[in-house]
Design a protein. Structure first.
Length: 453
């Protein structure tokens, strides 16, 4: 039982230390820090049970005075004996011996005075304990204020002899901001939080920042954060570069809730977090989502993509390039077809099969193709960290080599046979006609041959 109590006490102490270290992260260096600092100050004051005293709702405990025995009625003492009478109106014992009366003890008190003295002492001990606890809390909170507030503010607002309530009031007067200014700051943070998310690896930090900005914006009644149709539009626009398909599907699914303003931003954040958690497996580098770099053309980036490093050709130039290349040859290997299941390339995450990826097989890329630096960096990272992908690419290369070998051998054999046939054919005879049928069969017999033969 004692061990459990000790463990419980240690856990409470560890929680208090954690809370204290978390609170120390706040700092007051200017008006822009006031909101966060004031929140931390209130949290500290409530934890120390001092907030009511700071706001003036309750007074601070005053230092108690210890009861003195001399103030209580004592038994009467005489030279001839003890206990021969009691003092009546004086409230104290009248003694003949001045030495005894100068240092009275509890034993010299009357029964009624002794009971009253003992009760007052119990009250004093309790008050003294409460006073010490409150005094310790005040000292700790004052130290926290000194540690977190800039020195030029503490010099003018935090006199050592003044109470905490005066410190708080004066700091608010010097550093605090108005409600209008607070709303403006919240709106600026919201606008910063809804900037486009272009790097998949940053989605977690981006989402946390967006949630914090939404909480503050709704607390301060920022107009953009009070309407579901407004903040969902901003959110969808921000995540579209890496999750366009999810955004479109989610918006259609939740359209009714958005129009009725019953969709919570926390629900949206959790749904997006769940999707991204499934989309990017833990412990693996995030891969570029479909649509992050624009649509694809013939299994690769379109020639008319923006200035992200890809080729920029108009439709006429693409048609001209096709004519120069001639008719497209039929793919010889089935693995080079686009994936019918709709899965993305394991290397670059674009909508084509791995076997036709220009980033993995650059020798197959057309003349107009130019690599996107971001996709190239992603592919290089995948090739470095994904052994299974490297094995799959090796198998594709080996299979392609065997396929090219099988195709090349029959073509040469057929060409040689054709030359031999032409060299053995007599001059004037029709190529491709067997010599036996022309030389050994009489003309008349051949013409009279029945049709069914």
């Amino acid at each position: 039982m004692i061990k459990l109590i000790l463990l419980f006490i240690k856990s409470i102490e560890s929680i208090a230390v954690a809370m204290s270290s978390e609170a120390n992260k706040a700092s007051l260096r200017g008006p822009e820090d006031w909101e966060e600092w004031e929140h931390q100050f209130k949290s500290q004051a409530v934890a120390f049970d001092l907030w009511d005293q700071i706001t003036g709702d309750e007074p601070l405990i005053r230092k108690p005075r210890m009861p003195e025995i001399a103030g209580y009625q004592q038994q009467a003492q005489t030279r001839g004996g003890a206990g021969r009478g009691r003092a009546g109106n004086a409230g104290r014992s009248q003694t003949v011996d001045d030495d005894d009366s100068s240092d009275p003890s509890v034993a010299q008190l009357t029964d009624q005075s002794r009971n009253a003295y003992q009760l007052d002492m119990q009250r004093y001990i309790q008050s003294q304990r409460e006073y010490k606890e409150q005094s310790t809390a005040v000292q700790k909170l004052k130290k926290w204020v000194i540690d977190t507030v800039a020195s030029h503010y503490t010099r003018v607002a935090c006199e050592p002899t003044e109470a905490l309530s005066q410190w708080y009031t004066q700091l608010k007067s010097h550093v605090g901001i108005s409600d209008v200014k607070s709303q403006t700051i919240a709106r600026e943070q919201y606008k910063e939080a809804v900037k486009s998310l272009t790097k998949p690896k940053d989605w977690q930090s981006w989402l946390k920042n967006w949630e914090k900005a939404m909480i503050l914006a709704q607390q301060k009644k920022v107009p953009e954060a009070m309407s579901s149709s407004s903040w969902t539009t901003d959110f969808f626009g921000a995540v579209a570069p890496i999750a366009e398909q999810w955004m479109i599907s989610y918006r259609i699914t939740k359209q009714e809730q958005i129009e009725k303003s019953i969709l919570s931003f926390r629900v949206l954040a959790n749904d997006f977090r769940e999707y991204m958690g499934m989309r990017f497996s833990p412990g693996r580098s995030p891969r570029v989502a479909k649509g992050a770099f624009g649509p694809t053309y013939a299994g690769q980036d379109t020639p008319d993509q923006s200035a992200s490093g890809d080729a920029q050709l108009n439709s006429a130039e693409v048609a001209s390039a096709r004519r120069r290349r001639g008719p497209s040859r039929k793919r010889s290997a089935p693995e080079e077809e686009e994936d019918p299941s709709g899965r993305l390339c394991e290397a670059c995450d674009q909508s084509h099969a791995l076997a036709v990826c220009f980033y993995v097989f650059p020798e197959r890329a057309p003349n107009w193709f130019k690599e996107n630096p971001e996709i190239r960096a992603l592919v290089d990272e995948q090739l470095k960290e994904n052994p299974s992908l490297k094995e799959q690419i090796q198998r594709l290369k080996a299979k392609r080599s065997r396929s090219n070998l099988r195709v090349s051998i029959p073509r040469r054999s057929q060409s040689n046979a054709s030359r031999r046939s032409q060299s053995n054919t007599p001059k004037g005879s029709q190529p491709g006609t067997p010599r036996e049928s022309r030389s050994n069969t009489p003309r008349g017999v051949r013409e009279s041959q029945p049709a069914d033969e």
